[in-house]
Design a protein around this ligand. Structure first.
Ligand code: NAD
Length: 352
């Protein structure tokens, strides 16, 4: 076993069908009086519901959250925070909305309550990102970790099934890379295996009935566990590839994770057979790379970069970008095999 240092940072978690009703209590528990509710434009009605639950603690809604946290959005939200004199931020939505709350907390130290409605897992990490002039800057800072997370499975009942699939596989990707991270440990391993198992097992149940509240709960607990893993370790090739491809070629986040994960695992498999065994076991599949690919394909997700909008002509540049900068990965990065990985991911070839 490796030596390790582990400092688990976990927000207070309030879980349950209908748990949204506790939002006012949670604002009071952190000693705040005026909460600004953040959402995307598409979830503005849900944000309004939070305002009603907050009563006199509501300071308003900012419903301009957008993918990749553009600095222009952050600065517009900052103006709103100041004009309404908010001392608490409530992010209700997916990773993009949580990301906006984190960017605001980074500068101001204002506490965040996150109410996730997808399985991105951002609410469990100290990682933040901001996009300026097309370039995404990321970092880690303890001040952006939410103080409280309300997981209410009722809020994801309406998450469209195609989004449900890619979001759950996005969660699985966080956990899979935790199993071979240089700073992993046995506790993180447990979270990773159980998080993957729950996320994968929820999908056939949600395919049969997207409004299955028990399965929604399992998927949310899976996302929580997988998020804890990503918040605790240094991720490798898979996340680096997704960061590069998403940032440089504008590909959609969770869809991209779903396409790339089988291929990143196939690349690393020879170096970390024990991690692959654990991933395969969690997915009830004969192999980790093939198991992730089949999970996506069986539930109707795209399995090629071509299908999610990448041009074949950009693969050489993508390989070059992925070789830039040093980051830990169990198998050393070599340009030739990496370029082949991208070609197979582009064409959607199933790895074994
Ligand atoms: P998202 O937040 O962009 O949501 C996608 C769309 O789905 C949005 O329009 C949103 O309003 C809508 N939506 C969300 N929940 C819904 C629901 N229950 N019903 C109907 N519509 C719903 O997508 P995401 O995949 O959750 O998050 C992706 C972003 O999160 C990326 O920018 C990524 O970089 C970031 N992220 C960050 C971390 C981290 O630790 N910092 C971790 C994971 C993801």
């Amino acid at each position: 076993m490796n030596d390790f240092v582990f400092h688990m940072r976990m927000p207070r978690v309030v879980f349950g069908a209908g748990a949204l009703q506790h939002v006012r209590r949670e604002v009071e528990a952190i000693g705040a009086e005026r909460a600004l509710v953040l959402s995307t434009p598409g979830q503005a009605a849900l944000a309004q519901r939070v305002v009603e639950l907050l009563g006199e603690h509501a300071a308003g809604v900012f419903s301009g959250a957008a993918m990749h946290v553009p600095v222009e959005t952050v600065s517009a939200a900052e103006d709103r925070v100041q004009s309404v004199d908010a001392n608490c931020l409530i992010a209700i939505g997916g990773g993009s909305t949580t990301g906006l709350a984190k960017a605001l907390a980074l500068d101001s130290g204002i506490p965040v309550i996150a109410i996730p409605t997808t399985y991105a897992g951002s609410e469990m990490t100290t990682m933040y990102g901001l996009t300026e002039g097309g370039a995404k800057r990321t970092g880690r800072d303890a001040s952006v970790l939410p103080r409280c997370v309300i997981y209410d499975p009722e809020l994801s009942l309406g998450l469209p099934f195609p989004t449900t699939v890619v979001s759950a596989i996005n969660a699985i990707a966080h956990a899979a890379e935790g199993l071979y991270a240089p700073d992993g440990n046995p506790v993180v391993d447990l979270y990773a295996q159980e998080g993957m198992r729950r996320s994968a097992a929820a999908l056939p149940r949600l395919q049969a009935n997207p409004r299955d509240i028990e399965a929604r709960g399992d998927a949310l607990v899976g996302a929580w566990m997988c998020g804890v893993v990503m918040g605790s370790v240094t991720v490798g090739l898979h996340h680096k590839l997704c960061h590069t491809l998403g940032g440089s070629f504008g590909l959609p986040h969770a869809e991209l994770h779903t396409v790339v994960l089988p291929h990143a695992l196939a690349y690393n498999a020879p170096a970390v057979p024990e991690a692959m065994r654990k991933i395969a076991a969690a997915l009830l599949a004969p192999s980790a790379p093939g198991g992730v690919f089949d999970l996506a394909a069986r539930h109707g997700a795209a399995t090629s970069l071509r299908a999610i909008g990448m041009r074949e002509a950009d693969l050489d540049r993508a390989a070059e970008l992925a070789m830039q900068g040093q980051y830990p990965n169990p198998r050393p990065l070599e340009r030739g095999p990496l370029r082949e990985l991208l070609q197979r991911a582009w064409a959607g070839v199933r790895p074994d």
